[in-house]
Design a protein around this ligand. Structure first.
Ligand SMILES: NC(=O)c1ccc[n+]([C@@H]2O[C@H](COP(=O)([O-])OP(=O)(O)OC[C@H]3O[C@@H](n4cnc5c(N)ncnc54)[C@H](OP(=O)(O)O)[C@@H]3O)[C@@H](O)[C@H]2O)c1
Length: 215
């Protein structure tokens, strides 16, 4: 199974790619520039080993079985819309948090479709859209000396088989458990909760995560 990471040159995509490469999964880094993607792939292999290559975002989407969207909210709609045919029939994992920042700190932006994940669902009608990895810290992911990334990853989606696959992708990261978190229409509050976690991180100088009890 090959995992594509759109925007994999950035902090979050790179962090997840490092963990997936370390777990022995085949990864393709995507970028708006094939050169930047190849460079990031080389750096990830130096850190984590494994089978990591780089392509432009379209090549990445075409060559992967499962594709993570790890780009800023500002570029989310345009990028996904441009990759509709390459992403058809595939599991798409959206980790995008539509957030704003002002002098009072982080806050959730209103999204006409309800959430970034629901925007992805509307733009990619032939894909199996899921949402996950909103709360995991890119810093903890990229640091392989962190051998227990202490949080549950909420996985949302309307396709049970797809959410099970994504839960398993979370579970290969040491310490992490993938937990089904509801249908895609419930993604807004999961994305928005990231603003609270960032506020917690700033106050306590931490990489805070969530644990779900009694399951
Ligand atoms: N950082 C975290 O700890 C964290 C945690 C959870 C979720 N997230 C979410 O993950 C996503 C990525 O976060 P990040 O911190 O990795 O962001 P980032 O480093 O700012 O961006 C990731 C990559 O996206 C590409 N990109 C930038 N602007 C773009 C645009 N307008 N259109 C298409 N591609 C664009 C860039 O790659 P190229 O220039 O190479 O194309 C960049 O390296 C965000 O939506 C964020 O909410 C982040």
């Amino acid at each position: 199974m090959t995992i594509g990471v759109l925007g994999g040159t950035g902090a979050q995509g790179r962090g997840l790619a490092i963990r997936w490469a370390r777990a022995g999964l085949k990864v393709v880094i995507g970028s708006r520039s094939a050169d930047r993607a190849e460079q990031a792939a080389k750096e990830i292999v130096e850190i984590a080993g494994g089978d990591v290559t780089g392509q432009d975002n379209a090549g990445c989407a075409a060559s992967a079985d499962i594709v993570l969207a790890a780009v800023p909210w500002e570029g989310h709609a345009e990028l996904l819309e441009s990759l509709r045919s390459q992403l058809a029939g595939k599991i798409v994992v959206d980790c995008v948090n539509p957030l704003g920042f002002d002098k009072k700190g982080p806050f959730a932006l209103p999204v006409p479709e309800g959430s970034a994940a629901q925007q992805a669902e509307q733009l990619l009608p032939e894909s199996r859209v899921t949402a996950a990895f909103h709360h995991v810290s890119a810093v903890a992911l990229a640091d392989l000396s962190v051998d227990h990334v202490d949080l549950d990853v909420l996985v949302l989606g309307d396709d049970r088989e797809a959410t099970d696959v994504v839960r398993a992708l979370a579970g290969v990261i040491p310490g992490v458990r993938g937990v089904y978190g509801g249908r895609l229409r419930n993604a807004h509050q999961v994305e928005a909760l990231t603003a609270n976690l960032i506020a917690i991180n700033r106050r306590y100088k931490a990489h805070a995560g969530l644990r779900i009890t009694d399951i």
